[in-house]
Design a protein around this ligand. Structure first.
Ligand code: RIB
Length: 301
């Protein structure tokens, strides 16, 4: 296996998706019209999309020593993802998620982190060799911030680009982690949680000065905006799609951005690939199960 160009530090969850006519309110019970178990977790989903785009990918993650953990390792192996530094923790349950998807394709997700919450800086340090060879190191917020900080510090030493996808939406974000982040990627919900409002002006004034290079704001059907410290904003339109299930569409976007960035270093092209991958992921049910391959993404980008 050639050294990975993209290292993803992040979660794996076993997803259980339940279809509902509409998302329930507080205190309400509703009957599901369908169910599907599949591979998920924001970190793993992003790694899978990057690999489908043709990227060479390594995963730094923690799973339990249970059937779900074994299935995750088998999936990564089959996808050609280097999982040699993934830790399998004795007595720990692999992360899981319950996902409700309504008739319009909108979702609600609750994650039980399990082994993801035990990913430690020492586990990441054991994968330092992988990070040293990477062009892009990506992380999200489903695994401990201390582990991500260690990974990004190693990435900085190696000259790799660090990309933090601030998902799930945090109440606040660690300043040291932001200082080690080159590209911060948020959707409107995450932007509002971090900056109070999701307008590009507000983000440029509050969040952009705290990070290394640029802020990537995704706006669903309205596309994406890249706010840069050293250049005017770059605005790209969304690709047309039929929305069946939005689960994992944001992960498809990030995974494709990482793959394209590692391949050509061009943010504009990376955004186009991300928007194409996100649109294609919306058109099918499931998270990683809905992701398109390189040819389909390149054709829509
Ligand atoms: O972004 C979608 C993912 O969020 C799901 O796969 C679920 O596991 C949660 O991590």
């Amino acid at each position: 296996m050639s050294p990975a160009r993209i290292v993803v530090v992040g979660s794996y969850n076993r997803d259980l998706a339940l279809s509902v006519a509409r998302l329930p309110g507080a205190g309400e019970t509703c009957l599901a019209t369908g169910r599907a178990a599949s591979h998920g977790g924001k970190g793993s989903n992003q790694a899978m999309q990057a690999a489908l785009c043709g990227g060479s990918v390594a995963m730094l993650a923690a799973v339990g020593d249970d059937a779900a953990g074994a299935a995750a390792l088998a999936m990564w192996r089959q996808a050609g993802i280097d999982a040699s530094a993934v830790v399998s923790l004795a007595g720990e349950a692999t992360g899981s998620a319950i996902i409700l998807v309504d008739a319009r394709g909108e979702n609600m997700i609750v994650v039980d982190p399990g082994a993801n919450s035990r990913l430690a800086p020492a586990h990441v340090a054991a994968g330092a060799g992988l990070i040293a060879a990477a062009a892009v190191v990506a992380a999200q917020l489903e695994t401990p911030v201390e582990a991500t900080r260690r990974a990004f510090a190693l990435a900085r030493q190696a000259g790799a680009v660090t990309l933090l996808n601030a998902a799930p939406a945090p109440d606040a974000i660690d300043d040291d982690l932001l200082a080690l982040t080159d590209i911060l990627a948020v959707n409107a919900v995450e932007a509002r949680a971090l900056a109070g409002d999701a307008s590009p002006e507000r983000l440029a004034a509050t969040l952009l000065p705290r990070i290394g290079r640029s802020l990537l704001l995704t706006l669903g059907a309205r596309g994406a905006v890249l706010l840069r410290k050293d250049a005017p904003p770059l605005i790209r339109p969304a690709r047309p799609t039929e929305v069946v299930d939005t689960t994992g569409a944001g992960d498809a976007f990030i995974g494709a951005v990482c793959a394209r960035l590692a391949e050509c270093g061009e943010m504009a092209s990376a955004l186009d690939w991300g928007l194409a991958a996100g649109a294609l992921a919306c058109a099918k049910a499931g998270a990683a199960a809905s992701f398109a391959d390189r040819a389909a993404i390149a054709a829509l980008a």
